[in-house]
Ligand binder design. Structure first.
Ligand SMILES: Nc1ncnc2c1ncn2[C@@H]1O[C@H](COP(=O)(O)OP(=O)(O)O)[C@@H](O)[C@H]1O
Ligand SMILES: CC(=O)N[C@@H](CCC(=O)OP(=O)(O)O)C(=O)O
Length: 281
């Protein structure tokens, strides 16, 4: 018999303990804007998500789209600035963020999942009261911090065998639209669901040490030390902060990994090898 087929059968067989472990599990996956590559890469991601659903996992996709927002603001001639990794968001910017994230970016992921035979539903934090927000700080405008999360709509979608794809936008008490950092949003949803895993998909292999090597297993204590000594910087800060909060809030483990690697999610969940940096309390 062809060796490839034998290897495929062996791979499926070796995945059995993992398939059993994750049967019925809730896995929140944050797909960062930098991890959303070519149509081919998106197809691969969608295929992995549909496979997860097929084997009994409840995946929830939360996406970013910072680069796509930048592109649209540029086309419209609207300038943009960041403070501590968060986009300063005035009324016009909030409108564009909602159009881009809740529009094209969300639809692209929904379409990709449907293309692989899954049933995806696109929504934002404003739908069915999913994520309510309060302003983070007066000088950041409409940047929101999740203040209340009602996951009942997600449980309804799980029961109907549907995959939620969520844009990180929340509603305010006065009907405002808030722009939420995608990592923060995914962490809040994962906590409210008591998720088994939160996977943060980005464009680096994981959390790197001073020598530039990926640290495959991290504790909260180690993350705090690496932040204090400046090893963790920039866009990695909201990710590790989200990870620590999520662990305190009852999420079992958080993994920061490279979403551009083929089958990144399957590698992490269903093999011995794992991928990226696993952070546990
Ligand atoms: N210790 C570290 N390990 C890995 N990446 C780090 C570290 N410190 C800072 N970074 C930066 O964080 C970036 C990831 O954050 P970001 O670009 O915001 O991702 P995304 O758009 O996927 O949310 C990496 O590309 C890297 O430049
Ligand atoms: C408040 C804030 O900064 N919101 C982000 C939301 C998108 C995001 O988080 O996108 P990535 O995951 O691709 O970085 C923004 O406006 O860019």
């Amino acid at each position: 018999m062809n060796r490839d087929w034998i290897a495929t059968a062996a791979t499926l067989s070796s995945a059995l303990p993992y398939l059993q472990r994750y049967d019925g599990a809730v896995v929140v996956i944050k797909l960062g804007g930098h991890a959303m590559g070519s149509d081919e890469a998106m197809e691969g991601f969608a295929r992995d998500v549909v496979l997860m659903r097929q084997v009994g996992v409840n995946p929830v996709i939360v996406h970013g789209g910072g680069p796509m927002i930048n592109e649209m603001l540029g086309r419209l001639g609207v300038g943009t600035t960041f403070a501590n990794g968060k986009r300063v968001t005035d009324g016009t910017t909030a409108e564009v963020v909602e159009m881009v994230l809740g529009g094209r970016v969300n639809a692209r992921i929904v379409q990709a999942i449907q293309g692989q035979g899954g049933r995806a539903v696109g929504l934002s934090g404003k739908d069915a009261g999913l994520v309510s927000c309060r302003p983070v700080a007066a000088d950041l405008g409409y940047v929101g911090a999740p203040s209340e999360v009602d996951v009942s709509v997600l449980r309804t979608l799980f029961a109907a065998d549907m995959i939620p794809v969520i844009a990180p936008i929340g509603g305010g008490a006065g009907g405002e639209t808030f722009n939420v950092n995608g990592d923060t949003f995914a962490g809040a949803v994962a906590q409210a669901l008591g998720a088994d895993r939160l996977l943060l998909l980005t464009d680096v292999a994981g959390v790197k040490d001073r020598a530039g090597d990926v640290v495959t297993e991290l504790t909260a204590e180690k993350v705090r030390a690496m932040t204090a000594d400046g090893t963790i910087l920039g866009g990695m800060i909201p990710k590790t902060e989200t990870a620590l909060e999520a662990l305190e809030g009852g999420v079992r483990a958080v993994v920061i990994l490279d979403g551009r690697v083929p089958n990144a999610v399957l590698l992490e969940l269903f093999t011995d090898h794992g991928a990226g940096s696993l952070i546990r309390g």
